[in-house]
Design a protein. Structure first.
Lengths: 157, 370
């Protein structure tokens, strides 16, 4: 079983927002960032860097793992002036996307800001993603097919 | 052997300039945009990502533009770029059962839990050229939608598996490192993990032909497409800074679970065995071909005779990579002047000896006759 299903409860909230931030588009994060009343000062722990993660599959979907191929990923880590560290690992090669995700990750860890940012940034981003997924699902559902087996000549006799 | 040559710089530079000009084509037409390739030539992008072994739609589209649509050349470009990037680690294995499904079909059961959805497909079209597409201003109506609830889509294999009719997916020993053919050279016999990776990177045309050969009797095991599913899966990894798994993104994949007859042996009763195919993006033909070849390569493990090309690990795995194959075939056109000179000398000498031998033989015959 993967570590994700064994996450300590205190990681659950952070795990969730990191996922939402990684899967949101850079433009959406930029808009959310520009909407903040104050922009904190930060220093780099690890400057944005583009690289790869090896994506693994499983034989027949549920068997032993194997390496399928890599995907591009950009990561960074930064520290706010109050010492809180934000981390980002996001698909693609956008340094700005990683930077914004790490900034939000750090801000979301500030107890005074968690609830507000969850409401004003994370929830709307997640809603957008769910809606996009729902639209795709509805288009797929329209292609549901029912095949009927035709009686063969032998069966008819 | 190829010996380095000097000179030709100006001609090479001009040739590259000519190629750039040809790539741009008629200036009266708008230049092709990488975004257009990513959006409108999606299958080409998917193939280049799969065989280039790097999931990045924009880079694959760029490679296709740069290579003027030569997909094998584009794969080479993407592979070369890939070597410049550091690797941050490996993902957790993707969970294709949790896929946001866009297509899911089975050739073995018509009534499946969760049903069958065709998704976007060329199946059931008549393959007639659509002349409407000549008119680029044409409006495309939005696709139909349906309110039908989506029931969970259990794997087809789990249905057959319940009766013991299908072999379970092979599990590896816990904590065994996963083979990586990009880091260690292939060794034979290769484990299934190394084989699946090599096949996933392998050339679609090569695997298609090999898969087809198994259907035509060269290693045939009468396959059925147990399940094909295509859609998006989330990718999770454990960043070193965090120590717990986070979602880093989402990728589209196509998966094929191929079901084949197996007569059974001393220990095992007759049952269905499985081959597996997995690719980035929408690449159904590739995933199906890969599943056929994967099953053929399991011949030895299943105690079957290995007499056909598709069952021969070394043959298949050493020739599936189109970057290696293309490099070795195409290096033949580079200057081999020194090499050829020595061969020329050799052939001249052999011809002299041949002529001399004939003359001597002729003289002997003549003498014998006299």
């Amino acid at each position: 079983m993967s570590p994700s299903r064994h996450t300590a409860p205190d990681h659950a909230a952070r795990r969730h927002w990191l996922g939402v931030l990684a899967r949101a588009g850079e433009a959406a994060l930029e808009t959310a960032w520009q909407g903040l009343a104050q922009h904190p000062v930060h220093s780099w722990v690890r400057r944005p860097e583009s690289g790869m993660t090896m994506v693994r599959g499983r034989a027949n979907g549920s068997g032993a793992p194997f390496n399928l191929g890599e995907m591009t990923v950009t990561r960074c880590a930064l520290r706010l002036d109050d010492g809180i560290m934000g981390v980002a690992y996001v698909q693609g090669r956008s340094h700005r996307h990683a930077e914004l995700a790490a900034l939000f990750d750090a801000l979301l860890q500030r107890p005074s800001e968690t609830a507000h940012l969850q409401r004003s940034v994370i929830a709307p981003l997640e809603r957008e993603r769910v809606q996009a997924g729902e639209a795709a699902r509805r288009r797929t559902a329209a292609t549901r097919v029912e095949f009927f087996t035709m009686a063969t000549g032998r069966e008819a006799r | 052997m190829y010996v380095a040559v000097k000179g030709g710089e100006a001609a090479i530079s001009h040739a590259h300039g000519l190629m750039a000009d040809e790539r741009r084509g008629d200036r009266a037409l708008p230049e092709l945009d990488v975004g257009q390739i990513a959006q409108q030539l999606g299958h080409a992008v998917d193939r280049v990502m799969t065989e280039g072994s790097l999931y990045d739609r924009e880079l694959a589209a760029l490679a296709i533009k740069q290579a003027q649509g030569d997909l094998v050349e584009a794969v080479f470009l993407l592979r070369a770029y890939r070597t410049t990037l550091p690797r941050f680690g490996a993902s957790l294995p993707i969970d294709t059962a949790a896929m946001a499904v866009e297509r899911r079909i089975s050739a073995t059961y018509k009534d499946l839990p969760g049903g069958q959805v065709l998704g976007p497909t060329y199946d059931y079209t008549h393959r007639l050229l659509d002349f409407d597409l000549l008119d680029s201003g044409r409006e495309v109506p939005p696709p139909r939608e349906s309110d039908a609830e989506q029931q969970p889509m259990a794997r087809v294999a789990d249905i057959l598996g319940q009766e013991g009719l299908l072999e379970p997916a092979q599990q590896g020993a816990p904590d065994t490192p996963v083979a990586d053919v990009t880091r260690e050279p292939l060794r034979h016999p290769a484990g299934r993990d190394a084989r699946l990776q090599a096949l996933a990177r392998g050339d679609e045309g090569f695997l298609l032909a090999l898969g087809y050969s198994t259907q035509r009797g060269y290693g045939g095991t009468h396959p059925f497409a147990g399940e094909i599913r295509m859609g998006s899966v989330t990718v999770e990894m454990v960043p070193e800074e965090l120590g717990f798994a986070v979602e880093i993104g989402e990728i589209a994949v196509t998966e094929c679970d191929m079901v084949n007859q197996f007569g059974g042996d001393a220990e095992r009763p007759p049952q269905f065995t499985r081959g597996y195919g997995l690719s980035f993006g929408r690449a159904e033909r590739k995933a199906m071909a890969m599943a056929l070849v994967d099953r053929a390569l399991r011949a030895q493990e299943l105690g079957e005779e290995t007499v056909f090309p598709a069952q021969d690990q070394e043959f298949v795995l050493y020739h599936a990579d189109n970057v290696e194959a293309s490099g070795f075939v195409q290096h033949l056109k580079l200057p081999h002047y020194v090499d050829f000179q020595s061969e020329l000398e050799l052939v001249r000498r052999l011809r002299r000896e041949h002529a001399q031998a004939r003359t001597e033989a002729g003289t002997q015959q003549q003498e014998a006759a006299e």
